[in-house]
Design a protein around this ligand. Structure first.
Ligand SMILES: [Zn+2]
Length: 153
């Protein structure tokens, strides 16, 4: 892939070297003065090209870091997702529950299906217990409420 700023800078460097050669071979002060001004302008062009290159390179490095973080988050989410299965309650509602691969570190909990589909782990919280077999859970992230029986018979 051609980088216009780099091509221009390399061309300017070649021109600067030719001017230096002309200056060193010249015996007339007027030519030396004229070519010195040309050389100064050429060096300024090189400086501008490298400044633009530096800015683009910095932007690319920043974008690269951002993409690496996104890839890492996606990978972490894929690992997290692998520890949950979709579960249907007797009410026909769904949650994600830990499966057998889940590391037994946290207490039993359920994830919001809405947030799960958006790549986010959000643990549902009990907000009401109208009966001993039906709990109303709420997602603290998206505020979705769901009737769910955590202990189906
Ligand atoms: Zn949610």
């Amino acid at each position: 892939m051609a980088v216009p700023e780099l091509t221009m800078a390399l061309s300017s460097i070649k021109g600067a070297l030719e001017l230096i050669k002309l200056i060193s071979e010249s015996r007339k002060d007027s030519i030396i003065k004229e070519k010195t001004i040309d050389l100064r302008n050429t060096i300024m062009d090189i400086q501008m090209s490298f400044t633009e290159l530096y800015e683009k390179y910095s932007a690319l490095l920043s974008e690269n870091d951002k993409l690496k973080k996104e890839i890492k988050q996606i990978h972490q989410w894929e690992v997290t997702k692998s520890h949950y299965d979709l579960m249907k309650s007797v009410f026909g509602t769904f949650v994600y529950a830990p499966n057998k691969s889940y590391p037994n570190i946290q207490p039993l909990h359920y994830l919001c299906t809405n947030c799960y589909d958006n790549g986010k782990k959000s643990i549902l919280q009990v907000v009401k217990t109208p009966s001993s077999t039906c709990y109303i859970y709420e997602c603290p992230s998206c505020n979705m409420k769901i009737n769910f029986d955590p202990f189906p018979k």
